[in-house]
Design a protein around this ligand. Structure first.
Ligand code: ARG
Length: 588
């Protein structure tokens, strides 16, 4: 269980005893970890100062009364500091006992995190098919994967949905073009891309071709077998390519998770009927639209419309997303839907949720746009190749792995010959570090922000990077192996008694117990960077502990305890990085 949650009712009861009026104020009993700031205890109770101000009470007196009433029997003690802060100081015994439970005992499966029992649909990756995946799809894939892993870890029932763009004009265009060719090779996506480029040129220049392409869209949408077969062939090539990327990246997506736009084709007329029933569908210049006056600002002088069906044309992206909500709520029984999509689509999602709500497509479920910024080049412009083309994802991953391999090799050459890795081992290290670095660099920033893709800095062994954390794991792990030899991991159920006279031991112990709260924040905000920041803190606390506290040279009981802290740290780093989709190595 989260320590903050465990303390909350006690703190609230103490506030109630001291001042019933204060206990009514929202957030008055919320607690926060203070680790790192010395002299402030381990946890600070927030809100006492502002409560006192609101109720015109003396803050120090209020804090003192609360502290007097605060029952921390067996957990620690509370002090009043400064103008009226309440600081809670945990005892080493209590922290050690919790570490035993969380890392080696009954709370081990979720490392103390609270279980989340709900069904969550996560819509992520979702590339448009018939084109090669590019860097724009990377963020959605990586962020979505981390969220899925975090949710599954706490026991949520996750349904992954890869909402691929597999429908619409571009397919009519491609099928029309392919049908004109005598010998097409549809084995590789590179071939498909070429065909796509040719088809696009014809579409833009040749009116007869463009008409035929549109006709193919209609034939496709009405399910003509011969056309469907060609379409499936195109999808197959494209999806195989995407799956190869998913496998290289080590994300959880499989072909079973694909549920593309085409899936919703049959339900689109029902979307119209439902919107009509709700009385919000309007015919505007022949098009079927819903007005969304709440977003007038975004439309300037134009009409704030959400386009459901264009005049004389098929349904588009918006209608498909409405049908997807019907499916996800009605059939998949989602209680929460996360859309991991570029923030440039934010208006689309705000309108979508508004229209779907007014159309009664969902009720108290939570629909959430997990928006993210753009990955940029060093010039702070959207990431491009030197010649200005889009960067292919496969090439980007490969270049990171190659560079990580080179760096590992350079380091290797400096080792004593008997300690050197083979080239095959170096390749394994390069592959894991390369992918880990790309993912971590992305996940460690607030998803909402744009960020600069900088291969050299993400491969650094210092700072908040994947190599730093992966390496911290191997260090903790190599010490922890001694704990296994001593049987430490096995007889650890009774916990350990930490010595809080040792600042570094104290700090590491308390830090290791903050995971449940950090993970809860990641899940509530859909922001994986909180977990990255936390793991970095763990690694730093471990480094300080390792430097300050002798382990193997200590006497038996201290040695055992410290080895267990190493084992817990290693386990935390491995689990945490695993939740980010980053695989650790035993040696590197
Ligand atoms: N295929 C879209 C694109 O590449 C992203 C789809 C996101 N998901 C959704 N339900 N709209 O822009």
């Amino acid at each position: 269980m989260s320590i903050l949650k465990l303390l909350h009712p006690r703190v609230l009861a103490a506030i109630k005893a001291a001042s019933p009026a204060a206990a009514e104020i929202p957030y008055v009993a919320s607690c926060e970890f203070t680790t790192g700031k010395s002299g402030f205890g381990d946890i600070q109770v927030k809100g006492i100062l502002s409560a006192a101000k609101r109720l015109k009470l003396n803050p120090q007196e209020l804090a003192a009364q609360v502290t007097e009433n605060l029952d921390l029997e067996g957990i620690g003690r509370a002090t009043v500091d400064g103008p009226g802060f309440i600081n809670i100081h945990l005892t080493g015994t209590w922290v050690g006992e919790r570490i035993g439970r969380v890392f080696f005992g009954e709370e081990k499966t979720r490392l103390g995190a609270d279980e989340v029992k709900s069904r969550v649909v996560v819509d992520y990756s979702s590339p448009n098919l018939a084109k090669e995946m590019h860097v724009g799809h990377l963020r959605s894939t990586i962020i979505g994967d981390a969220l899925v892993r975090a949710l599954e870890f706490v026991g949520a029932d996750v349904v992954r949905q890869n909402h691929v763009g597999d429908w619409g004009t571009q397919f009519g265009m491609l099928i029309a073009h392919v049908s004109d060719q005598t010998d097409v090779n549809l084995e590789e996506l590179t071939d498909l891309e070429q065909l796509y480029v040719q088809a696009k040129v014809r579409f833009d220049e040749d009116k007869e071709f463009a008409d035929r392409a549109r006709e193919y869209v209609v034939r496709l949408q009405s399910g003509e077998p011969e056309i469907i077969q060609k379409w499936k062939q195109i999808l197959d090539v494209s999806l195989r390519h995407a799956q190869r990327i998913y496998d290289t990246l080590g994300v959880l997506l499989t072909p079973e998770d694909v549920c593309g736009e085409s899936f919703y084709n049959d339900d689109l007329p029902n979307v119209v009927t439902e919107l009509e029933k709700a009385g919000i569908l309007v015919v505007d210049q022949g098009a079927k639209v819903v007005y969304t006056p709440a977003f007038q600002k975004d439309f300037g002088k134009g009409k704030p419309i959400f386009m459901v069906q264009k005049d004389g044309d098929g349904f588009g992206y918006a209608a498909t997303d409405l049908a997807a909500i019907r499916h996800r709520i009605g059939t998949l029984k989602a209680q929460r839907i996360l859309y991991v999509v570029d923030k440039r689509q934010s208006l689309h999602f705000r309108q979508l949720f508004d229209v779907a709500k007014r159309g009664h497509f969902f009720g108290d479920q939570d629909l959430f746009h997990v928006a993210f910024g753009t990955m940029q080049g060093k010039d702070k412009k959207p990431f491009k190749t030197r010649s200005g083309g889009t960067v292919k994802l496969a090439e980007l991953i490969q270049s990171a792995q190659q560079r990580a391999f080179e760096l590992a090799k350079e380091k290797n050459d400096k080792r004593k010959p008997e300690d050197r890795f083979t080239d095959a081992q170096l390749k394994e290290i390069g592959d894991a570090v390369g992918v880990g670095a790309i993912k971590y660099a992305d996940l460690s920033k607030h998803r909402d922000k744009d960020y600069v893709f900088d291969l050299e800095s993400m491969l650094q062994f210092e700072g908040n990077t994947a190599p730093y954390l992966m390496y911290a794991y191997t260090r903790a792990r190599s010490v922890a192996r001694n704990a296994e030899i001593l049987g430490g991991e096995q007889n650890g159920l009774d916990g350990i008694k930490l010595d809080f006279d040792h600042t570094a031991e104290h700090a590491l112990g308390v830090t290791l117990l903050q995971f449940p709260d950090e993970l809860a924040t990641v899940i509530a905000t859909a922001c994986p960077h909180h977990l990255c920041g936390y793991l970095y803190k763990v690694a730093q606390a471990y480094t300080r502990f390792y430097e300050a506290c002798p382990i193997l040279k200590s006497e038996e009981e201290v040695k055992r305890k410290r080895l267990k802290l190493c084992a817990a740290t290693a386990h935390m780093l491995k689990t945490g990085l695993g939740l980010l989709g980053i695989r650790v190595l035993e040696v590197m």
